[in-house]
Design a protein around this ligand. Structure first.
Ligand code: SF4
Ligand code: SF4
Ligand code: SF4
Length: 609
């Protein structure tokens, strides 16, 4: 039966068909939908873990217990999970274990651009790289089989374009019958990685990867498409689609199993073509391995030994980029053809911004006023860096804010450092960093912006929401209780919209030298519960003098009107009722009480009726 599925939907379907019964992940674009969709299949357990390492440990435990399991994450998540990836590669498993890494070439929503095929080589596990949704589905099934056949975790590496593009997929209604849990293994030599055992296992995994490379020679995951002998292309993943589009006559060796590579197959293919190139996105991962085999690659008109042959090493490829590089290298002739729609006009730039009514805005407005160094984290609250708030000065990765602030403080920076982190990020990797602050006694003030959900990735539940991924009611972890239990004495929870309270508290804490934690708690303005409470506010023109204070909160719902204040000729403020939620932040900062509060608006509406 054929279905139109995105790559992410196809992986979820493939995992279910393969009999996976446990899935654990941490949301992160472009991987998020995989676990959300898997959670809806019957007979499975799926969860959001607090971070990717925990997710992988959960999947490893299930696979040790004899049940097919997988963990999902975006590419940077594999950095968090790397410790677990390495030990799982050493121990092997009892039932299939697949790690799905969704890479983000061109960093559509990421802080870096990394090619996680490299992890497979580093760790010595197979890496499978699908080119479309059908392959995402089929390769997910193959990954579990390969995992069990060779007693190894398998890395299923996706990229944004495969994750989010929908193509028809032939699916089966039959599900692989997963075996019952086995008696948990008591094989200490295999599963307990003390040095004596680990030394033996290292030899085992080196031997294993040799065996898998033998398998790769005839694996159905790799295939040759023989056409013209003038040009041969070795490719894999989404780059295969560009190869077919730009070089329709070329012969192709399409690698689904991109690590380990099939040396004899590559040599055989090379002998069949006059010119051989490698076409791949990001790192020269296949290219370097092919060159190490002594196989000569066509290098175009290059005179310098560049790190990558003909195609760019940075950013996502598309057919236009591939065609341009091919023309420059003398591989094909012709003008640049337009392959994607072009727009005659320059479209206006639309920088990301906190939504109207965002509960993080109040704290950022105060931080901006206080002019303290603010160390940010990954999430909606990263947007506190934009104009006019300009309230974030560093931002590295999930959970980094608190450690960076602590580092600056213990290095002797005399300014009072603030760290900002979200609720989900607090559970992800914020807690150990906060322990470090209280244990090593820096004076960092941490603000945990608790919007009651994992916001930026699309409103997933987390340990603070009281719901699991599969919708069960569960223990709601109270952030303030956790922080107090860590040993902080200065801890306070305020409403995220309480601008005055936030300012007063931070100013008080600036005078003490202890570490402190402020939790600003208010649900994300886009949640249905919040939407139900929207009351657009109004500006009383007669009171407004265009002082600009309300513009400084950076809410997209407030703008300058055409009308001018008669005395200073400054534009008056106007609120767009279709955008305003009535969060009252602007009303609180207006020095002339020119913005009506919610109750005033409701009273006025009652009178008007
Ligand atoms: S999604 Fe929610 S938390 Fe994120 S910026 Fe918008 S309102 Fe704020
Ligand atoms: S803060 Fe008040 S007075 Fe100033 S521009 Fe805004 S509405 Fe007008
Ligand atoms: S009340 Fe003010 S700050 Fe809040 S959404 Fe409306 S215009 Fe924006």
């Amino acid at each position: 039966m054929k279905r139109l599925l995105s790559g992410n939907e196809a992986v979820a379907r493939g995992a279910w068909t393969a009999g996976a019964v446990v899935g654990s992940g941490y949301p992160g674009t472009p991987s998020t939908e995989i676990m959300e969709i898997f959670a809806r299949y019957p007979g499975v357990y799926a969860e959001w873990a607090p971070n990717e390492k925990v997710a992988l440990d959960v999947a490893i435990g299930a696979a040790y217990a004899g049940r097919r399991a997988f963990a999902t994450m975006k590419h940077v998540g594999l950095n968090v999970a790397a410790d677990s990836l390495f030990y799982a590669a050493m121990t092997g498993i009892e039932a299939g274990l697949v790690i799905v890494s969704a890479d983000d070439p061109s960093m559509h929503s990421s802080q870096n651009e990394q090619d996680n095929r490299q992890y497979a080589k580093f760790v010595r596990i197979p890496c499978i790289d699908p080119a479309d949704s059908q392959e995402a589905h089929d390769f997910a099934i193959a990954a579990f089989d390969l995992s069990e056949r060779f007693d190894t975790p398998v890395l299923l590496r996706l990229t944004t374009r495969v994750c989010h593009t929908s193509t028809p997929v032939e699916v089966s209604e039959q599900r692989f019958v997963s075996s019952d849990p086995i008696k948990y293994p008591r094989n200490v030599a295999k599963y307990v990685m003390v040095p004596a055992n680990a030394r033996r296992r290292h030899g085992v995994i080196e031997h294993r990867i040799q065996e898998i490379s033998q398998y790769a020679e005839t694996s159905p995951l790799n295939r040759m498409e023989i056409r013209s002998s003038q040009l041969g292309i070795i490719t894999g993943g989404i780059a295969y689609q560009y190869a077919r589009e730009v070089f329709p006559e070329a012969s192709i060796l399409k690698l689904g199993l991109v690590y380990p590579l099939p040396a004899a197959l590559i040599r055989n293919f090379a002998s069949m073509v006059e010119r051989l190139i490698v076409l791949e996105e990001l790192d020269p991962f296949i290219e370097h391995q092919v060159r190490l085999l002594g196989v000569e690659l066509y290098r175009g008109k290059q005179t310098l030994d560049t790190p990558k042959g003909i195609f760019p090493i940075v950013g996502e490829l598309n057919a236009q980029i591939v065609r341009k590089a091919a023309i420059e290298a003398g591989l094909i002739e012709g003008e640049m053809l337009q392959t994607s729609p072009s727009f005659p006009m320059e479209l206006p730039q639309r920088p990301p911004v906190l939504c109207p009514g965002c509960p993080h805005r109040g704290a950022f407005f105060v931080l901006s006023k206080l002019k303290v160094p603010v160390n940010g984290d990954i999430g909606c609250y990263t947007l506190g860096l934009t104009e006019p708030l300009n309230a974030i000065h560093t931002c590295g990765c999930m959970g980094a804010s608190i450690g960076v602030a602590h580092g600056a403080a213990v290095a002797g920076d005399q300014e009072r450092h603030v760290a900002v982190i979200g609720d989900s990020t607090f559970f992800h990797t914020g807690i150990p960093a906060l322990i470090n602050v209280v244990y090593n006694r820096s004076n960092v003030i941490t603000i945990i912006m608790d919007n009651r959900v994992t916001g930026m990735t699309g409103h997933q539940d987390n340990p603070g929401t009281g719901k699991t991924l599969q919708g069960r009611d569960t223990t709601e972890i109270d952030i303030e209780n956790v922080v107090r239990a860590l040993g902080f004495t200065y801890v306070k929870t305020l409403n995220g919209y309480d601008v005055e309270g936030i300012e007063k508290t931070l100013k008080e804490w600036m005078k003490i030298s202890d570490p402190a934690v402020l939790i600003t708690r208010e649900e994300c303005a886009l949640l249905p519960e919040a939407r139900a409470k929207y009351v657009p506010l109004e500006v009383v023109e007669e009171k407004c003098n265009g002082c600009t204070m309300c513009f400084r909160v950076g809410c997209p719902a407030i703008s300058k009107s055409e009308k001018l204040d008669p005395r200073y000729q400054r534009p008056l403020a106007v609120i767009d009722p279709s955008l305003c939620t009535g969060c009252e932040i602007c009303a609180q900062v207006c020095p002339r009480d020119a913005i009506l509060f919610r109750n005033q608006v409701l009273d006025k509406q009652e009178i008007d009726q």
